[in-house]
Design a protein around this ligand. Structure first.
Ligand SMILES: NC(=O)c1ccc[n+]([C@@H]2O[C@H](COP(=O)([O-])OP(=O)(O)OC[C@H]3O[C@@H](n4cnc5c(N)ncnc54)[C@H](O)[C@@H]3O)[C@@H](O)[C@H]2O)c1
Length: 331
């Protein structure tokens, strides 16, 4: 079902301190929609609210909230703050956008990192749906918008780049969202769900993911933190790929991480602002499946056309212009 306009509505956005979430907040506010935005990073989300208020008409209310979406108690507190500060008994739109990269290898990686990534990317979406679905049901026409990824279609980033925690969570987000289609149709037909599958979008997700896992910015990581983040065998892979010199020092590694974040943000085919516009256009049109970028469209088509070849990369992308997508922070 299409949404005529966002004007006069109330939206919730998680992970709005940066990237696509921040742009969603700004664009919704410009279009006359009040927004309650949360993030793990309280300063960043307060900055988003200031920016959005400056761009919005006076009737629009933008409130910012500190919340770790992987903690159900904090999500429930966020919901209560939304009800009070927006003086409402319902919300019209929920963008479950917060997410991080990490947990690349189940086989050799750090268990804590795997579980933190999964907790934010899956349980964060689940807790927000639990907390906010009753408020969407109380709206005349609610929309729940869950952000998955191309890694909800394809559980790899190509040769030598496993993507296990992130893909497991993003497949779950996609499966949950698709399952809700019939569930809502049956039990709350005025509420709709959409799932967003971005390819590579230029954001600071690499650095933000370190922060969400309790690490400092790369410039300030200790040698021990670097060792845990990029163990010896992973370094060998980076040397083999020509990304790191054989005799690289700890400072070289720090610089490589700073560059990786900047390159991921600055060399992307789609900006965060463009991605937010695609998401809002998709919601407005009533789409339940919102792909962002040509890389996402290419992976979607390839995996559906040749499912058995999904992890035989040469075969999967044979005859296609480009290789595997970026589409993910840990690339
Ligand atoms: N950028 C990409 O290429 C890309 C591709 C596919 C999917 N995605 C997904 O899009 C969503 C937005 O990513 P982005 O690229 O805009 O990243 P981003 O890092 O710019 O923004 C994500 C925000 O979420 C916040 N966050 C992280 N953990 C949180 C938590 N536990 N509770 C609350 N907030 C938390 C971060 O602080 C950050 O402000 C994520 O779900 C991501 O997995 C991104």
């Amino acid at each position: 079902m299409a949404v005529d306009s966002f004007t006069g509505k109330i939206a919730v956005v998680t992970g709005g301190g940066s990237g696509m979430g921040r742009e969603l907040v700004r664009q919704l506010a410009v279009q006359g929609c009040s927004v309650a935005v949360c993030d793990l990073n309280a300063d960043a989300v307060a900055g988003t609210a200031v920016m959005a208020r400056a761009a919005a008409v006076p009737e629009v209310r933008v409130t910012s909230h500190a919340c770790d979406v992987a903690d159900e108690g904090q999500v429930l507190r966020f919901r209560d703050e939304v009800l009070e500060e927006h003086d409402t008994d319902h919300v019209d739109l929920v963008f479950s956008n917060a997410g991080i990269g990490g947990g690349s290898s189940f086989v050799s990686g750090d268990r804590e990192e795997w579980e933190r990534t999964f907790a934010i990317d899956w349980w964060g979406v689940y807790y927000c749906a639990r907390a906010f679905l009753p408020l969407l049901t109380a709206s005349a026409d609610g929309v729940l918008v869950n952000t998955s990824s191309v890694n909800g279609l394809w559980a790899s980033l190509g040769p030598g780049v496993p993507q296990s925690a992130y893909s497991t969570a993003k497949f779950a987000v996609r499966g949950f969202s698709e399952a809700l289609i019939e569930d809502l149709r049956t039990h709350a037909p005025h509420v709709h769900v959409a799932v967003v599958m971005p390819g590579h979008v230029g954001t600071d997700i690499v650095a933000n993911s370190f922060r969400a896992r309790g690490l400092p910015d790369p410039e300030h990581m200790s040698d021990a933190q670097l060792e845990q983040l990029i163990p010896r065998d992973a370094r060998a892979g980076l040397v083999g790929a020509g990304l790191l010199a054989e005799d690289a020092s700890a400072d070289d590694l720090r610089q490589m991480l700073v560059r990786a974040n900047a390159d991921f943000r600055d060399k992307a085919p789609v900006t965060a602002a463009e991605a937010a516009t695609i998401i809002l256009d998709g919601v407005r049109s009533g789409a339940w499946r919102i792909l962002i970028g040509e890389d996402a469209a290419m992976i979607d088509a390839a995996v559906r056309a040749k499912p058995e070849a999904a992890y035989d990369y040469a075969e999967l992308f044979k005859g296609m212009a480009a290789g595997p997508a970026a589409g993910n922070p840990e690339r």
